[in-house]
Structure formats: C-alpha cells, structure tokens
Design a protein around this ligand. Structure first.
Ligand code: ADP
Ligand code: MG
Length: 726
C-alpha cells in the first residue's frame, strides 16, 4: 500500500504530546542577551583606554590595529569558552538570501609545552577568508580573483549559537571582494543607513534644527510562517525540495471558517513558540508577540523594533531559530510565501521609521507647528520616494515565491500605492488647495502655522489591503516576502527616502529668500501635487483599483522577472551610485543574481513536479484504474449492468491520458529552458512563460486524479492532513 507511510505518520501524530521546555522559572531579564557579546560587554572587559580607541575606530570606520584587535579577540574568546563554545565563525549574508558560516575551532597545538591551547587572534576576529567562489556574485568576480573576505562589523554584536551538543561563537561580518565590491546584503544596508543619515541631517539643518546629531532608520519585522508536522512533511518531496506543495486537491475544509485567526494556540505549537522565544531572548532578539494567523497552521511572531541593521540580523537569526527549534518539536517550519494553493500565503511586514539620537521619531506627528512642519516634510519625502521609485521597491521584493502572493487577493497588490488614512490625506489636500480640510475649522492651511489634527492610532482604522501603509508613526511595507532577508527592501527604502530628503533640502535652499515656512510650503505642495497619485486609501484587492491605478499611470508589475529587469534602469543605477549605496557594477550583479535565483527556483520546482508526477502519482492512479477494470471484468461475467461504472473508468482513463500528456509537455519545455543560451533575463522569461504554465496544467490534472484515486494508493499526504493535524 503506497499510503502506508502516510497512515503511519498520522497515527504517530495522534500520540504526540508537547515537547517540554524548561518552563516555570523563565526570568526574561536574566535570560535576555546572555548569549550576546556586544559593545557593553567589550566595555566591561576592556581597559578604558583600549575601549575608547576601539570606539574611535568605529566612529571613523578605520581598521583596528593588531594589538587592540588581539585584546578584543581574547576577551571575546574567554567569554565564549566560558559558555561552552568550541568554535567560532564569521557570520555573513551572501547574496543567496540566507546566512553563511564556516566554523573553525579555537584549538591550537601548544608546541612549547605540548597539548593544546584555546586560541583566537585579533586577525581571525577582524578578517576571514572564506572560499567565496561558490557564492553568487552575478559576474562581479568574473574578472578578478575568485576570492573574497569577511570583515568584522563591530556595530553588530557577536553571539553564541547553542545546540544540544555544543556552542559556536558567531561574529557578524560584511562580505566583500578583494577589490572592495560588496558581495553581501549587509554592506549596502549599512551604506544606505548612512546615506539616509546624511540626507536627514541636511534637511533638518535647513529646517533650523541644530540639536539632532544622528538619524537612523528603524525596523520591526512581523514574521509569518507555517508549521507542518515533520512526519508528514518528509513524505512530500515537493515540500522538502521547494518549500511549497506542487500538488494537492482542495481540502473539504480550508480557511473558510476563519476560525484559526487569533484562535487559541495548539499545545504542541505553544510549546514550540515558548522554546523559540527563549532561544531568541538569549540571543538578544526582543521578541514581543505571537499569535495564530489567518490560514490553518499559520502563525506570526514579532519583535520590538530596532536599528535597521541590527533588526535585519535579528530577523535572519529568527528565521534560523524558527526552523531549528521546529525540528526539536517534531515540526517543519516553512517560510515559503505560498506553501499551499488556495490558502493565504506568508509575508513579512517591514515596519519602518526614522529615529534620532535625541530620542525622537521623525515620523511622529508632533504637537508644535515646527514639529508638524518636520513631520509633513518626512511624509512628503516618503510619498515622492515611493512614487518615483516604485519600480525599485517592487524589484526589492521580486522573488519566485512572492509572485504567488502579491495580487492574489489575500496579499497586497503588486501596485505600490501608499495608504495615508483619511486625516492625513485631508491635510495633504488642504495644503495643495491652500485651504483647511473639511473636518477642520477655519483658517488657511499652511505649514508651520496651523496645527495638525489628532491622528488615530487605532488598529481598526487600518487598511490591510495596502502594500505600504502609514500606521500612526511608522510606515509598514507589507509586500515583503516571508522568506526574504529584509536587507534588500530596507536598503532600497533608506536610499529612495534619502534621495527625496536631499531633493527637498536643495529645493528649499533655492527659495531661501522667501522665508523658511513659505519656501517649505511651496516645495511640499509641489511634491504633493506631483505625487498624490500614489496615495490610495481604498480596497487594494478590488478590480476597480487596478483600473484606476492604470488610469493614474501607476506601474503594476505582476511578476518578479519584469520587476527585476526594471532594477537595472539607468535612473536607478545612477541613484544608487550617487548616494554611495551600490556601484553600477554592484547594481548589475544584484539584478543578475536575482534573475538567476528565479530561474533556479522554477527549475527545481519543475524537476520536482516531474519526478513526483511520474514516479508517485501516475502509478497510484494507474493502480486504481487497473483495480476498477479488474472489478468491472469480473462483474460483467455475471451479466450485471455496469454502464455507469464503465463511464467512470472511461473518465478516469481519459484523465490519466491527459496527465501523461501534461508530463510529456512539461518535460519538453523544461529541457528547452534548462539548455537556454540567452541572457539571465531571457532564461527567466522562458521559465516564467513556459515552465510555470506547464506545471499549472499538470497540477490541475493531478489534483483531479487525487479525488478519483483510491486513498490507499495515494502516496502524498493530503491538504486535509498537512493543514489540520498536529
Ligand atoms: P500592529 O498593530 O501592526 O501589530 P505594532 O505597533 O504592534 O503594530 O507594531 C508592529 C511592529 O512595528 C512591531 O515590530 C513594532 O516594534 C514595530 N514598530 C513600532 N514602532 C516602530 C518604529 N518607530 N519603527 C519601526 N518599527 C516600529
Ligand atoms: Mg502590522
């Protein structure tokens, strides 16, 4: 029986109980950050003078001298070894979208005295040389040596990753080629934060602020994920290879009842969540919320926001920890954007704002006229950025997985509009027309003169269908895919807002003679007039919006391939270059890597679909066909009427024929795409236009066969089992 493994897994699940975590005595303040070695720990352990010179190096971005590096490395090692670490690794984010590490032990031979030493030099701390040739470089290294190096980023704390059998010291690093090009996601993110800081300070000075000395972007990622019982997941080669189900008929019960959202958390799942949180707290990740999401077996976790670069590291760690802890609890955690057809997918809402060293949030509407002027300037900068550079924002979230989600009537559309809410929109319109908004009494609306209406902070007032929404004191970029590194979209957002802030500063400076308030007012009104088309407060899922957006001239790029190609447009390449975030070469390499990643993702899906269809599903359907044929022959001998049964056999046989036809068709187009000799873009286009439709046709036949085939023969765990058993 092909379904024996399936049945055995289900019986196992029925007997599973929650895996115990050390509970009862959880002391969060004591636990928080125990596995982190950051600046605070360095300061505690280093002589004062040494710490001060380290700080100076960091402020000026200078490299450390050997003695100081040795000092820091030694303290770090002592700390790590005390906590059971045997190995260290540079921990970096190559352009694969994941993190990478190569472990070395602290062990060194003690030639003088015999035996071994635990050694960790400043040189090993500051710079590592992983063999970079196997990481994607998008052609960056083709003309150079295939080597790169990782360099310690002292602004991100080192940390220890524990497993049951040991611990490893992880040192966050940037990853560059020997010629200085960034081969990772971290470096451009750091550069974009710096670009934003510069631009924000420039406009703040123009507005007369001399207090604020530093501005940094902040990020809080709401992370969605699905859990599947591991005993079932391993029986699905598609889930194992691609993270999503390539086949599966609609279950009798899906998410129609909406009984899962915010429902009580199943016990095994809760235990998993508690374990995950404890592990993350130890790593200094400020995890705050947990709850059930809309789809069955879908959940969400969110931390408190932090500096973008730290939050991004922490999100990468969170994704790793989720997957590892899930295994301990007999689950598989899938971060894929669309594990199941017909069921909501997963996203990662990137909440973004700008903080200052004076403890302010520049996106916080204030109470004084000056604060309001600043707030409106920031608002206008974001609107202009999203409208002018919707194409790069769209590209930053363009992946094969996210294509299933965007615009699928459950996730934001691929049209990048901004939700401002009623009051703010009124303020914008009031400024444009130079009159007060309808809800406000009297007076002419002018920046820096009139006060702002109070803005609602109530979650009920929020529009869930917008890809980019203002939510009281931050923007929420909701179109980001759940499995993505937040670095890319955040790098883009920081950069395009920096560009707008510079633009505003320059324009206001040009109009200096007319007085600050009037100058700012004119510049802002001009921006609002030009870019108000990007504001949309209505239902983003509706067909009317698609039509209206087209009328407004807003781009709607429904697939990743076209979105990624736009990334390379001249205006975009120039923007990144001008703001010092990506050189033209680095921009090009990133586009190529993402296109290649797209093709690879679809190729793996095509290959998996073919193999499952040929070796698992077709034989199962044929066995049922033979059983039925045998049964009918045996019955016919007795002269009994079997017309309807014969009809069904005929129907099934036709479907199997169609299925085989679809298999052959997919095999054919797949071969063609695999051996494509065009550009990265052309190859990705063929996968999109030929392999995906062939896979969809194959799936349609397979899902129908699933409903006709003897359950005893069906080898793949079904949707009703994957989604509802744990
Ligand atoms: P929601 O109602 O969408 O759940 P929350 O206020 O709870 O909104 O915030 C969701 C996420 O936004 C959290 O990760 C939170 O820390 C983050 N967030 C709040 N304020 C900021 C900010 N100023 N900058 C960046 N992220 C923020
Ligand atoms: Mg939210």
């Amino acid at each position: 029986m092909s379904s024996a493994a399936r049945v055995a897994a289900i019986q196992l699940i029925a007997r599973k109980s929650p895996v115990a975590v050390e509970a009862g005595s959880v002391n969060i303040p004591e636990m928080f950050g125990v596995n982190v070695f950051g600046l605070e720990q360095i300061r505690e352990r280093l002589p004062k003078a040494a710490y001060e010179s380290l700080q100076r190096c960091m402020e000026r971005g200078e490299s450390l001298d050997v003695q100081l590096a040795d000092l820091v490395a030694n303290e770090m090692k002592l700390w790590a070894v005390e906590r059971g670490a045997t190995h260290f690794t540079h921990w970096f984010q190559p352009m694969t979208g994941a993190t990478a590490e190569k472990h070395d032990s602290f062990v060194d031979v003690d030639f003088a005295n015999g035996g071994v030493l635990m050694d960790f030099s400043g040189k090993a701390l500051v710079k590592g040389e992983p063999d970079a040739s196997s990481f994607p470089s998008g052609g960056l290294r083709a003309t150079f040596e295939a080597r790169g190096y990782t360099a310690w980023d002292p602004t991100s704390p080192a940390f220890i990753r524990e497993t049951r059998s040991g611990a490893t010291l992880c040192i966050p690093t940037a990853f560059c080629s020997w010629t200085g090009e960034a081969l990772d996601e971290k470096t451009p993110l750091l550069r974009s934060a710096e670009a934003l800081n510069k631009a924000a300070l420039k406009i703040l000075r123009v507005l007369g602020d001399e207090r604020i000395g530093h501005v940094y972007p902040t990020l809080g990622c709401e992370q969605e994920y699905f859990l599947i019982d591991r005993d079932l997941q391993v029986l699905r080669p598609d889930l194992v290879a691609t993270g999503r189900t390539l086949f599966g008929a609609k279950p009798p019960k899906g998410q129609e009842l909406e009984d899962h959202y915010f429902g009580s958390i199943p016990r095994r799942v809760l235990s998993f969540m508690q374990d995950t949180e404890q592990e993350l707290w130890k790593l200094g990740v400020p995890v705050k919320t947990r709850h059930n999401e809309v789809a069955p077996s879908q959940y969400e976790l969110a931390p408190i926001f932090e500096r973008t670069t730290v939050a991004s590291d922490h999100n990468m760690l969170t994704m790793e920890v989720l997957k590892q802890v899930a295994q301990r609890h007999g689950f598989h955690c899938t971060l894929h954007e669309k594990p199941y057809a017909g069921i909501n997918g997963s996203g990662k809402h990137n909440n973004w704002a700008m903080s200052t060293d004076t403890g302010e949030n520049l996106l916080e509407p204030g109470s004084s006229p000056e604060q309001n002027m600043r707030f409106i300037v920031m608002m206008a900068a974001v609107l202009r950025a999203v409208d002018l550079y919707a194409d790069i924002l769209r590209a930053s979230i363009g992946t094969a997985g996210n294509d299933h989600r965007l615009g699928a009537n459950e996730a934001p559309p691929a049209i990048l509009s901004v939700y401002l809410g009623e009051q703010l929109t009124e303020v914008m319109e009031g400024l444009i027309s130079g009159t007060s908004g309808a809800s406000r009494k009297g007076g002419t609306m002018q920046l820096g003169v009139t006060s702002m209406p109070t803005l609602p902070r109530d979650a009920t007032d929020r529009n869930r269908t917008s890809p980019f929404a203002f939510t009281g004191n931050k923007f929420e970029f909701r179109a980001v895919g759940s499995s993505q590194s937040p670095s890319k979209p955040m790098t883009v957002l920081n950069t395009i807002v920096a560009d707008s802030l510079e633009h505003i500063a320059d324009e206001v400076a040009k109009r200096k003679d007319q007085g600050l308030e009037s100058a700012v007012n004119d510049v802002i009104v001009e921006i609002f007039k030009t870019h108000q088309r990007v504001v949309f407060n209505g239902n983003g899922y509706s067909q009317e919006w698609h039509k209206e957006a087209a009328g407004r001239g807003l781009p709607n790029v429904p697939n990743a391939v076209d979105a990624l190609a736009n990334f390379g447009a001249e205006k975009n390449v120039k923007l990144f270059d001008r703001l010092g975030v990506l050189s033209p070469k680095e921009s090009e390499s990133r586009m190529n890597i993402q296109l290649e990643a797209y093709s690879k993702a679809i190729a793996i899906e095509g290959q998996s679909a073919l193999s499952i269809a040929r070796t698992m599903l077709l034989p199962a359907a044929q066995k049922t066909q033979r059983d039925v044929a045998d049964s009918l022959s045996a019955t016919k001998v007795h002269g009994l009427a079997i017309d309807r049964q014969s009809e069904r056999l005929g129907d099934m046989t036709r479907r199997i024929e169609d299925f085989v036809h679809c298999i052959d068709e997919l095999a054919e187009v797949f071969d063609k795409c695999e051996n494509h000799d065009g550009s990265e873009f052309e190859q990705a286009c063929s996968y999109r236009d030929e392999v995906i439709p062939a896979m969809n046709r194959l799936r349609e036949q397979a899902d129908h066969l699933e409903t006709l085939t003897d359950d005893d023969y069906w080898p793949l765990p079904k949707y009703r089992e994957l989604l509802f058993l744990h």
